[in-house]
Write a protein that binds this ligand. Structure first.
Ligand SMILES: *[C@@H]1O[C@H](CO)[C@@H](O)[C@H](O)[C@H]1NC(C)=O
Ligand SMILES: *[C@@H]1O[C@H](CO)[C@@H](O)[C@H](O)[C@H]1NC(C)=O
Length: 401
């Protein structure tokens, strides 16, 4: 519709260069330099225009009609016709076929004039060609000088592309976050944050606020200090897979914040929400869950910190896991189950009827864990005889826990 109304005024311009035509479209406000808005117009309005179906472009350049009406059967590499060689990113390129862009535009030019790439209404296919050219030109990843100017072109990139980068500028990160808002680029955003954090970069409050509008796939790339300031809304949006890569110092920050954030829900809902965070939970809170008989699944139990699990009694673990207790057997060689078993009396373990092995032999006092480890080390060195004779002496000298 915009095209139809624009046409008479264009024709009155006679043989004006179509640069001014594009400027007119820009000033009419329906071709906007913003890629987000250009996306609609590019496919909606530009495609019929490019194909020359709604009106004739021959007023402007005779050869154009010829190549626009030709079908796109040829995909083999072609040589650039000398007169079509691109020396600048300008509106002429919008009318190039993909093969021409492939043959006539080079990566260095695109990198130098990225701002213009974002100003012009290129189709997705054309942008795809540009991305290929840039990837060929920078096989090791884009330099930061280009990343600074990517703007909306960022939306064409994959997380794998971004993982090759070095990003040190917070301004660049913020600009790319703005561009990605509402564009479902969670993977790209996570990769960007990962690269920025890997270089030691710190986010400020504004950046964290913008990040809060994305799915929290980036959380484990933030430092404990930064995690201390993420909004509660982010904590509510977390899914278990978002926290898989988090390390204990990060979980120690996230858990109490999530615990505080989820106080307004019912007990059963609370447990469902807090589950992904339990890797940061202290023993006391695990005991509270045990009293509530939450029937924790083994997958969650495996995420608990060993230090938090060790002090739990057999009865507490039994109440915590409920029917999932049988899962302990399959995990008896793995943390934190292995270390926990090592702490329990074997006859108590036997009472569970799961065939768990490795508990403290019947008849001995429960000693400090380091003593047991020293003992098993000594047993390996000395064989059973001397250790057994040494035990009564050790039992006398060590204080039971
Ligand atoms: C990123 O930095 C590393 C180390 O300085 C360097 O080896 C690598 O080439 C850089 N990558 C890019 C894409 O600039
Ligand atoms: C609890 O609070 C959060 C955030 O303030 C909110 O999104 C959620 O709907 C609330 N839930 C209930 C049950 O009130």
């Amino acid at each position: 519709m915009g095209l139809q109304t624009a046409q008479p005024s264009l024709e009155s311009c006679g043989a004006s260069a179509h640069g001014s035509f594009l400027l007119l479209l820009l000033s009419l406000g329906w071709l906007l330099p913003s890629r987000a808005q250009a996306e609609d117009s590019r496919l909606g309005a530009m495609t019929p225009w490019l194909q020359g179906t709604s009106w004739d472009l021959s007023w402007q350049r005779p050869e154009l009609t010829v190549f626009l009406s030709r079908d796109r059967r040829d995909t083999e590499k072609k040589v650039c016709p000398p007169e079509r060689k691109a020396h600048a990113v300008d509106e002429n390129l919008v009318l190039y076929e993909e093969w021409e862009l492939e043959a006539c535009v080079d990566g260095a030019l695109l990198a130098a004039q990225m701002d213009l790439v974002n100003m012009l209404p290129f189709t997705y296919q054309q942008l795809g060609v540009f991305k290929r050219k840039l990837d060929e030109f920078y096989p090791q990843g884009y330099p930061e000088s280009l990343i600074q100017h990517l703007g909306y072109f960022f939306l064409e990139l994959t997380p794998a592309d971004i993982h090759k980068w070095n990003v040190t500028s917070l301004e660049t990160v913020k600009a790319l976050l703005q561009v990605s808002k509402g564009q479902k680029r969670d993977g790209q955003v996570a990769a960007l944050i990962a690269r920025y954090a890997a270089g030691g970069g710190q986010l400020d409050k504004a950046a964290l606020d913008t990040l809060a509008t994305f799915s929290p796939t980036y959380l484990c790339f933030l430092s404990p200090e930064q995690l201390g300031t993420v909004q509660p809304s982010v904590l509510w949006a977390v899914r278990p897979q978002h926290l898989e890569a988090c390390r204990p110092p990060q979980m120690h920050v996230l858990y109490p914040r999530a615990h505080a954030a989820f106080q307004n829900v019912s007990r059963s809902e609370y447990f469902a929400k807090i589950k992904p965070y339990l890797g940061g939970a202290p023993t006391e809170d695990l005991r509270a869950l045990s009293r509530q008989k939450v029937n924790m699944d083994m997958a969650t139990f495996k995420t608990l910190q060993t230090e938090a699990v060790l002090p739990l009694t057999i009865a507490e673990v039994q109440n915590l896991l409920g029917p999932n207790l049988v899962g302990l057997k399959a995990e008896e060689e793995n943390s934190p189950v292995r270390e926990w078993i090592l702490r329990q009396r074997q006859d108590d373990l036997d009472s569970l009827g799961l065939g768990l092995h490795g508990g403290i032999p019947n008849g001995y006092l429960v000693m400090d864990l380091s003593f047991r480890e020293a003992l098993s080390g000594a047993a390996r060195l000395l064989g059973p005889g001397p250790v057994l004779t040494a035990i009564p002496t050790l039992l006398l000298t060590l204080t039971p826990k």
